[in-house]
Structure formats: C-alpha cells, structure tokens
Design a protein. Structure first.
Lengths: 322, 352
C-alpha cells in the first residue's frame, strides 16, 4: 500500500509545475524587472555627472561618492557635512527604534497575559493605528510640541516652567537644548525628533514582539520561580534571553525603517542636524537639483542599512553557535 | 524531614470551585500521588503547594511553619512541569545549575553540582547539549535533575510521564521511585494514571471534583475502596444496584450475603461493587448468579469473560484457563461475600 503510494507520488507532483513553465517565467521576469530596474538605475545614476543648470548626464565617476565622504573640494579642503548627516540618520534611528522596542516590550508582555478577548481588542486597536499616515502623526505632534499652542504653553500656564526655574532644572533643560530663555521648547530638537519617530513605529514594535511573547510558555517563568528567582530575576534570566532574538530583530527592522524617515526629520530636527534622507530629497527634487549626488547618497544609505543587517545576522549566528 | 500539612484548602475561580476543602497530612520522605480524572483539581492543588497559586481559603504548613502566603521563589520546592519547562536558551548543564546560579553559588561549584545531578539521572555525557537536541525521556531527566539541584524540601511533579511513550513511561516510573527512595525526599506526583500512582506511591490521594475521595496506601485504595467513585476509578469493578435486606443485599431475585454484614437500614438503596478477579466461574455455596457468556477476551495470562446475568452485565477475570468457554454457554458466577463492597446509592441516581 505504502509502496504504491510512493510510486504514484513523484508522477503526480510535477504536473502542475510543468503546465505553465512560460507563464511563471514571464511572471518572474516582470517582478524581477520591476524590483531591480529602479534599483539599478539609482546605482548607475550615482556614477553620473551633474550638468550645471541642465540636469545630469551618464558617466562613470566616483566624484559623487568622494564628495559624500570628504567633500567636493578634496584634497584642498576636507568637509564631513554629508557624513555628519548620515551620522544623524543613524543616531535618530538607533535611539528611536531602541526607545520604541524598550517601551513596547513591557506593554506587549502584559498584553499577552490578558484574556484572549482583551488581547484581540488591543491588537485591533493597534493595527488600526497603523493606518495613520506619517504626515498625520507628525502634524499631531507638531501641534502638541509647538511653542505657542502645545506642551510649552501648558508648562507656562500650569506654573511648571516657574517650578523648573526655581528648582534649577530649567538650566539643565537649556543645556540640553530643550528651553529658550523664557520657556521650555521642544521644537526643533533631537528630543522631539526621536520621540516622534519612536511613536511612529511603536505599533509596529508591538506587532513584531507579540508573536514571540505570546508563544512564551508560562511554565518557563513558573519553573524559574520555583527555583528561587524573584520577578526581576525571572525577567532577566528567562524572559529576556528567551525573546532576545525577537527583540534584536524588531529593533533592527524598525531601525532600517526609520533610517529613511523624512517628514519627522524635516519638521522636528534642527537644520544643522538633518539626515541623509532629507539630503537625498533636496538633491533630487529640492533646491540643489543634483540627481547623481542624490543617487550616490541613496546608495550609501542603502549600503549602510544592509551593513547593519549583515552585522546583526552575524551576531545572531555567533550567539546561537555559542 | 518534617511533613507537609494542608488544612481546609479551597480554590475558587469565579463561581467554579476547583479545589474544595482539602486537608492532607503528608509524611516527610514519602511519595504521595494525587490521582484523579482531568479537571479534578489535582494540578491546582499542586500549584498551590508550589506557591504558584494562592489558595482562596485554608492554610499550608511545612514542618509546623505556615507557608500559605510565602511566594514560590522563597519556598525551595523543586517542581517538574508537565511540559518540563526547560530553558531553551541554556544548555543542559546550565539548566540544571539554574537554581544554584540564582542563589549566587560560585560558577565552578554550581557546575560541579550539575555534573553530580546529571550523573544521578545518567545524563552526564549530555551536559553541553542544547535542550532541542534531547529526546523526551532525556528532557524529563534533565527536568528532574534541575528540580533537585536546590535540594528542595518538597519535590513536586505535575504529570511527569505524560509526554513519554508507554514503554519509557514504565521504566521511568520505576527509576523515579528508586531515585526518590534513595534521596528520601518528600514527593508529590500529580497523575491521572492509576497504574503510575500504584507503581510509585507510598500513599495515594484520589480526587474528584475538587474533593479528596480517599487517601491511603495503593493496596488499601484498591482493596478497600471507600466509595463507588474510587472503586470505579481505581482498577476495574462490576457494579450492581440493589436494596438492603437484613444486612444482605437484594439484587433482583437474588439475595447476596455480605461479610461483614452491610451496616445500612433495611430498604436503603445501595450500589455494590466486585472486582473482576474476585468473582469466579463455577463454585458452590451462596452468592451464585446464573450467567450467559457474551464475549471472551483471552490475552494469555488472564481471560476477561464478559457475562450477561439477570441483574446486568459483568466481567470476570479468570486466570484459571482450563474451562473451555464459548459464546452462549451458561455458567454460574460466584461472588464471594468478603469481596463485595457496598456503597450508599443516592436516590436521584435511581430516578436517573
């Protein structure tokens, strides 16, 4: 009986695959074309040349890359302006993704301890919040943090500003760039940029962490308790190590996602602390109109993201092998 | 080692009473099995003993010291979970030494102790393995070694054999019992498998619907069941409904003698039980029922003979294989007076 089944199986399975060999090939070509073409175009253009006042032309020059790393006037003069923008892109993205995952983790953990019904209500709510566009969210935070109508006004009216001044905290906030001589201010600041960015990806963080945390076997934490681990030790010695890979994975995904954020940076970051993504837009569509340099910056941003993913992959493999 | 004492333990989940007024005295060094069908509250009771659940009422004390509200991590009770709950991010040795690491034992010392314990469960060659690389039986041994690492005052096992196949289960029952006797540690095993309970336990607590039905040695539970539930749940039994008549039981047209005479008022509805191996074919004297053979299951050392009597169907386990039997044969079944257990029968059950 089994032998008969085995004999039939190889004959039966390849049939559906063989029916449309050209169809699936054509499909693969279309998808491949749509995916790869823009990508290759950007890479090719990044080696092109800007024509003053008339767009750009095909070429093979490393000038755009050189300009990114050491400035256009190298070797006479070295500037790190563009590297600095990349640094800020990394800086905001790292802090915002870590902040989002750190705050989403306890929330998601508690969420998975709720009843099934409560969990689904929360998840639907969080999924629904994903439909809000970045522009909409940034506008909301813009109002909330603006100097004349938002939190700073609330600080002033409620007397919190005076209290901060009396206790000396106001000077600390000024040092951090979160206050002008009269009142607290959140725009423009790193604080507002990072806060809004992490808010933006927070629902993603919950959704990325949810599967791992809901799969976490409650008997693992109970076993740790019976072996003398108090709540804090259970967290550090069982829960965190068990979901470590999910935490790293979620942080990385959000980090790569945030590396390209545009609206938040434009609205909340100080002009001197703008990011590569903003610079790419300016080069391609904005004031400078230098598509090849914009393309080079885009490629560098992409390679940076890929590099971080590769490092993470390597770290994960190493920790698994240990 | 001092014993564990449970007094009037109750656990409610909303309107549901999972454990109802359970009082137990467990001697130090003994292995007690909490036995009952699923949903009878035995695991909830074990979890309360471990400190993983708070009782709604009642108290738990160990060696005279009240530990009812003591959190699990301060009890020093080792527990083996049904799923084994081994930490997937630690290797076998680190799993076993977990309790010692938590307690701040120096690393070398903890590793040495882990090695000792793995030796005890015959897994010392597997110390560096990851949990994913172990079979079910090996995982169970690791879980046992891990629970013993902190030298627990009480050793708790929640359905420890349920994840193992039948053959391995029998071997592990014997092994676990020998290990427990060697260490002399007070142990509580939750199980729904009466064979497992009878193999391992010094005393069995039979539970049903959150209550203790009977507590005693395996032999006492088997041979002197205190009620119909225990008689039915532990081993096999034939049940017949009858009425008391002057210390005897009237079953239809038959009057059965009981020794000692049943202590019920005349006319009380009762249910009697007799083990299949206590009833016999043929024989003389009192308590003979005519019966017709309906089925014979011959499994070698013993034959299960299914019979239809005038008072209902019954099974006789016959280890004396000489008498040839065919379906339809008419035989006499003797029910020895001393082997008949008489239990009160509730009136509503008569109606049903």
């Amino acid at each position: 009986m089994t032998a008969v089944d085995n004999a039939k199986a190889p004959l039966a399975t390849p049939a559906p695959r063989a029916r449309w060999p050209l169809g699936s090939l054509a499909m693969a070509l279309v998808v491949g074309f749509l995916c790869v073409t823009p990508f290759i175009l950007v890479i090719v253009i990044s080696f092109g040349q800007k024509i003053e006042g008339a767009g750009w032309e095909w070429a093979f020059t490393f000038a755009n890359y050189q300009r990114f790393f050491v400035g256009a006037l190298w070797p006479d003069e070295v500037t790190f302006l563009h590297l600095q923008r990349l640094y800020y892109a990394l800086y905001y993205a790292v802090l915002a993704s870590v902040l989002a995952v750190l705050t989403a983790f306890p929330f998601t953990y508690l969420l998975t301890r709720l009843s099934r019904r409560a969990q689904s209500i929360w998840l639907v709510f969080i999924l629904a919040s994903l439909s809000l566009s970045e522009v909409f969210i940034v506008m909301g935070w813009d109002v909330l943090l603006s100097n004349r109508s938002g939190l700073p006004m609330l600080f002033e009216v409620s007397g919190a500003t005076d209290w901060l001044k009396r206790t000396g905290w106001f000077e600390v906030l000024r040092e951090w760039g979160l206050a002008n001589p009269r009142n607290v201010k959140f725009k423009t600041s790193e604080f507002a940029t990072i806060l809004t960015m992490s808010y933006l990806v927070w629902p993603y963080a919950v959704i990325l962490l949810y599967p791992a945390l809901s799969r976490l076997d409650p008997s693992l934490t109970e076993a740790a308790r019976t072996m003398g681990a108090g709540p804090a030790r259970v967290m550090t010695s069982v829960i965190l190590p068990t979901v470590k890979l999910s935490l790293i994975g979620a942080t990385l995904l959000l980090f790569v996602f945030l590396l390209g954020s545009y609206v938040t940076v434009v609205v909340f970051a100080e002009p001197a602390k703008q990011t590569t993504a903003v610079a790419v837009y300016e080069s391609v569509r904005g004031s400078t109109l230098d598509a090849p340099f914009g393309a080079a910056q885009a490629v560098i941003l992409l390679v940076t993201a890929a590099g971080f993913l590769a490092i993470a992959q390597w770290l994960t493999k190493r920790s698994e092998a240990r | 080692m001092s014993g564990l004492s449970l007094k009037y333990i109750r656990k409610n989940y909303g309107d549901v009473r999972a454990v109802d007024n359970v009082s137990l005295e467990l001697q130090g060094g003994a292995l007690t099995a909490l036995l009952g069908p699923s949903g009878c509250g035995k695991t909830t009771l074990l979890r309360m003993i471990a400190g993983l659940e708070d009782p709604s009422a009642g108290s738990i004390s160990l060696g005279g010291r009240d530990i009812t509200r003591l959190p699990a991590h301060k009890r020093k009770f080792g527990m083996v979970f049904q799923s084994f709950a081994l930490f997937p991010h630690l290797n076998v040795s680190d799993n076993v030494s977990y309790a010692l690491t938590i307690a701040g034992t120096p690393r070398g010392q903890a590793a040495a102790r882990a090695h000792e314990l793995l030796d005890l469960v015959q897994l010392s060659a597997f110390a560096e393995r990851r949990i994913g690389e172990l079979s079910g039986g090996q995982r169970q041994r690791v879980a046992i070694a891990r629970a013993l690492a902190q030298e627990p005052d009480v050793f708790l096992l929640d359905e420890p054999m349920s994840a193992l196949d039948a053959k391995l289960r029998e071997d592990m029952q014997v092994e676990l019992r020998q290990l427990q006797q060697r260490l002399g540690i007070t142990t509580i095993v939750v199980t729904h498998d009466q064979h497992e309970a009878m193999t391992m336990a010094d005393q069995i607590v039979v539970m049903s619907q959150g209550r203790v039905e009977q507590m005693g040695t395996p032999q006492a539970i088997y041979h002197q069941p205190e009620n119909a539930f225990v008689a039915d749940f532990i081993g096999k039994a034939n049940f017949f409904d009858g009425v008391i008549a002057a210390g005897q039981v009237r079953l239809g047209d038959h009057l059965l003698q009981i020794t000692p005479p049943a202590n019920f008022i005349d006319g009380s509805p009762v249910r009697i039980a007799i083990r299949p191996e206590k009833a016999a074919l043929g024989g003389q004297g009192a308590n003979l029922l005519p019966a017709k053979v309906t089925f014979v299951r011959d499994v070698g050392p013993v034959r299960d003979i299914h019979l239809e009597t005038s008072v209902g169907p019954m099974i006789v386990a016959d280890s004396d294989n000489r008498q040839p039997l065919r379906i339809g044969d008419v035989v006499q079944v003797s029910l020895p007076a001393a082997a008949i257990h008489v239990f009160p029968r509730l009136q509503d059950k008569v109606a049903a």
